[in-house]
Design a protein around this ligand. Structure first.
Ligand code: 2M8
Length: 726
């Protein structure tokens, strides 16, 4: 693991330890001094990776305060810490309800039910999962009763969509979505119970917190609940705020999936949660979809209308698998645009909570614009679920760099990353731990042993184009036909948006059969026919990219090129009687016969005939055009000789402005893709790397910084994701 990640995992663990209160973790040192419902679920996701016992205790402490009707309260108050938060038990007066649990102080509302997802994670992450089974047995009926409560009490029309009745229940307290329903509430201050806000006593800029008008309404609603003794039927009749929210319902839907799997683990019937998941998914997809906005919106039950305010909550049906393919594609276009933050945009971090181009967008105010780690953490999984791997990876990397660069804050500026709200925020720390662990776990077990690699190295390799059947065309047309065919494969089977290749359909297609026939023609091809530097670069880059795809398809590689021993040296094309592997093309030809990273010798020996085709001087931009079948490398493009310099510029610009290049000005450090490590010499050493990044960076501030500190910068390298771009 990279040192920078290991160090920050330690920091994150220390934060969780210092926020630990004996049987649960508070969200932050002073601003939130009690136990919060969904915070605990996220906190336990992180702890699940290194301290199963505490992760379990966190969840069990919370569920001890579950109401008798199944409701899981938003806050479980810590008696020792009373007096520093508003509203506390004296204001909630939940003892008016017959459902409150004994000996517990809680609030009278709930929050998005993430918990079943956490419980499943605790089980999966534990090294001794059998030992977790008793916990699963204890918690399962409680999770079930929480979901039952929601469907029974909060879904009066039995639609599969549950309502929230307070902005605090949404978890996204002052989201612009609530402006309209809250705005409709006419508050008579004289009738409002007296209260004092405490959240502004922690040295946090009031501009980054909800306003007093919002607090008046929060208080009005709490007063309404307590007047009605927390009886849902009575509240429902009177409450001006009843909303079917896409975030809450997506979390519930996704949690039902986990609940069904937990039931199966325990040998119980998973039908009930499965049916809930299906019903809610269907209802989200039909009722909450806003076809003109390409997003899911909340529905206001009181006003009988959709609230046409588009926030990141509207993307979360991806997390639940509730969006249809078409909806997912349209959502993707929306979130991957400058409205939110597009791939390679360069001046933004992940997905802000609100559309940056809307009038009410506020980059520093709480849930009205900043980036929140938990929302993006769910979103990254949603994007991955629908195959938007590149975007998911970029979200993931942004989520990792925000705490490293700006601290473990509550929320972050969506443009420059500044941390806002409280520092040492527990879920930021916990989800950081989860993200790093999940990443490294996905990399495990895919390499093959040294012995197998050595055997593969001396075995001579697999020639992919050794067929006897030759294409019927004059030899001088072969390279252009081949390039045309490569372009055909790219157009049909490479999904550049998702950064994926559909290997299964490609292997069975006529286009691929035709391409393979053409590659047989390479046996008689004479590369001296390639004239001019552009033509040579285009030919070898395109050929490299397709031999990799061809090799993956032919060897039936499932997850990572690392599954096949010595892949880049072993698959080969016979070109004019000589054999070329991707390594030969890359290090021998395109890198002007250089030494590959970790090898002792140059790619071609002194008398190697293939040296004739070396492209010199090295064109470093080709590193961003060579596709290695992995997620960390270049998206697949087709390079045309006439346009290749412009295309290489684009490739370099995309890469430099993506999360493969992270500038840490505070530490005078560059966190870079391994590509800049392995091929440092091609860029002219470290100074050349800095110049290169300077040339292609689109952010003026970043350029200025690079210019001023070039000589003082240190480098660290981000992990390389070898998973297949499948
Ligand atoms: C924020 O909400 C609380 C009320 O629940 C508050 O503002 O006092 C929200 O960010 C919420 O999502 C979070 O669970 C809570 C504690 O971190 O703080």
């Amino acid at each position: 693991m990279s040192r920078i990640f290991a160090d920050h995992i330690e920091k994150a663990k220390n934060i969780l330890d210092s926020n630990w209160q004996g049987s649960s973790t508070k969200p932050a040192p002073s601003l939130y001094p009690h136990q919060w419902n969904w915070d605990s679920a996220f906190i336990a996701m992180g702890r699940a990776h290194y301290d199963t016992a505490r992760a379990i205790q966190e969840i069990e402490t919370l569920f001890k305060a579950q109401w008798k009707n199944g409701m899981l309260p938003q806050i479980v108050f810590n008696r020792e810490a009373l007096g520093h938060y508003f509203p506390e038990p004296d204001f909630w007066q939940t003892e008016r309800s017959p459902h409150v649990p004994e000996n517990q102080l809680t609030s009278g509302i709930t929050m998005p039910p993430v918990h079943a997802i956490t419980v499943e994670k605790i089980f999966k992450s534990s090294r001794k999962s059998r030992a977790v089974l008793p916990f699963l047995k204890r918690i399962y009926p409680r999770l079930l009763s929480l979901h039952e409560y929601l469907y029974r009490e909060r879904d009066p029309e039995n639609e599969g969509l549950v309502y929230i009745r307070h902005p605090w229940e949404s978890g996204i307290d002052n989201s612009p979505t609530w402006d309209e329903p809250l705005g409709r509430m006419k508050i008579d201050k004289a009738l409002l119970p007296h209260y004092e806000r405490k959240d502004l006593e922690h040295g946090i800029d009031p501009k980054t917190r909800p306003g007093d008008d919002e607090y008046d309404r929060y208080v009005y609603l709490v007063d309404l609940f307590r007047r009605n003794n927390y009886e849902e039927a009575l509240i429902m009749r009177e409450c001006p705020f009843l909303i079917q929210d896409p975030l809450f319902n997506s979390v519930l839907c996704r949690a039902n999936e986990s609940l069904a799997r937990i039931a199966e683990l325990l040998g119980k019937d998973p039908e009930i949660p499965k049916n809930w998941a299906e019903k809610t998914a269907d209802a989200i997809s039909k009722k909450l979809w806003h076809g003109e906005h390409d997003i899911f919106d909340a529905y206001d039950i009181v006003a009988h209308k959709t609230i046409e305010v588009d926030t990141a909550a509207g993307f979360l049906p991806l997390y639940a698998g509730a969006a249809t393919r078409e909806q997912a594609q349209r959502i993707y276009e929306r979130l991957n645009s400058s409205s939110f933050c597009s791939l390679h945009q360069g001046n933004c971090f992940t997905i802000p909570n609100y559309d940056t181009q809307k009038q009410g967008f506020d980059r520093s105010n709480y849930w009205r614009g900043p980036v929140w780690i938990n929302i993006n953490w769910m979103l990254a999984q949603g994007l991955r679920r629908y195959g938007y791997t590149l975007k998911a990876d970029s979200l993931q990397k942004d989520l990792l760099q925000l705490p490293i660069r700006f601290g473990f804050h509550e929320y972050f500026d969506s443009f420059n990353g500044t941390g806002y709200g409280t520092d040492n925020f527990s879920w930021t720390a916990a989800l950081f731990i989860d993200l790093v662990n999940e990443f490294y776990a996905s990399q495990k077990n895919e390499g093959v042993g040294l012995a197998k690699r050595l055997r593969a190295m001396i075995s001579g390799g697999i020639v992919l184009n050794d067929g006897a059947e030759m294409p019927e065309l004059p030899p001088e047309d072969l390279s252009s036909e081949l390039l045309r065919s490569i372009k055909g494969l790219r157009d049909r089977f490479y999904d550049t948006k998702r950064g994926r290749v559909d290997y299964a359909s490609l292997s069975k297609s006529d286009e691929y059969r035709q391409y393979r026939l053409l590659t047989n023609g390479l046996q008689k091809y004479d590369p001296s026919q390639l004239t001019g530097r552009r033509e040579k670069i285009a030919f070898w880059v395109n050929l490299y990219n397709t031999i990799v795809v061809d090799g993956i398809a032919r060897l039936g590689i499932e997850r990572s090129v690392k599954e096949a021993a010595y892949f880049f040296g072993r698959v080969k094309y016979n070109i004019g009687g000589l054999l070329y592997s991707p390594d030969d093309i890359e290090h021998g030809i395109l890198r002007a016969n250089s030494r590959p990273w970790f090898h002792l010798f140059k790619q071609f020996g002194p008398s190697d005939e293939r040296k004739k085709w070396v492209v010199s001087p090295v064109e470093p931009r080709t590193h961003f055009a060579l596709v290695c079948g992995s997620r960390s490398c270049a998206p697949i493009e087709y390079y045309e000789p006439q346009k290749i310099y412009g295309q290489l510029d684009e490739a370099a610009k995309s890469f430099v402005n993506s999360s493969e290049v992270v500038i840490l000005p505070e530490e005078k450090k560059l966190l870079l893709s391994e590509i800049f490590h392995w091929y440092e010499d091609d860029f002219g050493g470290k100074p050349g790397v800095v110049d290169f990044i300077f040339d292609y960076h689109v952010d003026d501030k970043a350029r200025q910084f690079l210019k001023e500190t070039a000589g003082e910068l240190t480098f660290e390298y981000i992990y390389y994701d070898w998973n297949l771009n499948r």
